[in-house]
Design a protein around this ligand. Structure first.
Ligand code: FPP
Length: 240
């Protein structure tokens, strides 16, 4: 049987272009993006994915036009509260990953309430990277180790990163036709497989998720080893 990715991470790109193509304001694309995310969370849970991590707002997104930033913050605050019943029904635990300083009290309250309400759900973990950057994460982890006087090793740094509660992503998907990482999961994607979709995020549906998973299932993950070693490992059932 083909291996299902345990953890899928997604750069949800293309909301603005989706809206512009329809002569709508960019925020209409972000609203449609929330619908797409809801669909994707359900589909991922149904096909056995255990962790979904999405890039909702980057450390760099603050430099967008002020009306888009405030529209996005209003949308997040509204959506976070509104989605809780569905997350509960689907057994989804939501975790917000990123810097909390600088967020409005309304957004912070929504984040904390959603995390609290869904804390004991176990079917799927949904990590929402919000006010997040991969470089920020590495720096905050290193600063934490320095403050504790801890040695810096791959293990201690990994344990201090903001996604230490989940294994690294098996598959990173980016929609919107661009092929770059844009400061997402820089540390954690070291051995991830990548899938680039030309679909704009609001158009991303179950069929495209299936295509991304099918593409992942065709890949041979070698983690620095040779093809021969991987075949031998598979034959004797070991992973070392
Ligand atoms: C990138 O598209 C998308 C974003 C910056 C926002 C993504 C946010 C959501 C889909 C909503 C998530 C909601 C919750 C509650 C977590 P873009 O604006 O860069 O698109 P463009 O490249 O076409 O301009």
């Amino acid at each position: 049987m083909s291996q299902m990715p345990h953890h899928i991470a997604i750069v949800m790109d293309g909301n603005g272009r989706w809206a512009s193509k329809r002569y709508l304001p960019r925020i209409a694309g972000h609203k449609q993006g929330v619908d797409s995310l809801r669909r994707c969370v359900r589909a991922a849970g149904q096909c056995g994915v255990k962790v979904l991590t999405v890039f909702a707002f980057s450390s760099e997104n603050w430099s967008r036009p002020a009306d888009e930033v405030s529209g996005l913050m209003d949308l997040f605050a509204l959506a976070i509260g509104r989605e809780i019943p569905q997350l509960m029904a689907d057994g989804v635990r939501i975790c917000f990953v990123g810097e909390r300083a600088g967020l409005s009290p309304r957004v912070l309250a929504g984040i904390e309430a959603a995390e609290r309400a869904t804390a004991s759900n176990t079917k799927l973990i949904l990590n929402v990277c919000f006010n997040y950057g991969g470089r920020w994460d590495i720096v905050q982890a290193a600063a934490r180790l320095a403050a504790q006087g801890s040695a810096v090793t791959e293990q201690t740094l990994s344990a201090a990163m903001s996604l230490a509660h989940v294994p690294d992503p098996d598959l990173v998907v980016r929609t919107g036709g661009e092929q770059r990482i844009s400061n997402f999961l820089l540390w954690q994607s070291a051995y991830s497989e990548f899938y680039f979709s030309d679909k704009l995020w609001p158009e991303f549906d179950e069929a495209e998720l299936d295509r991304a998973i099918a593409s992942f299932q065709q890949r041979e993950r070698r983690f620095g080893k040779t093809s021969g070693q991987i075949a031998a490992q598979a034959a004797d059932g070991s992973s070392s």
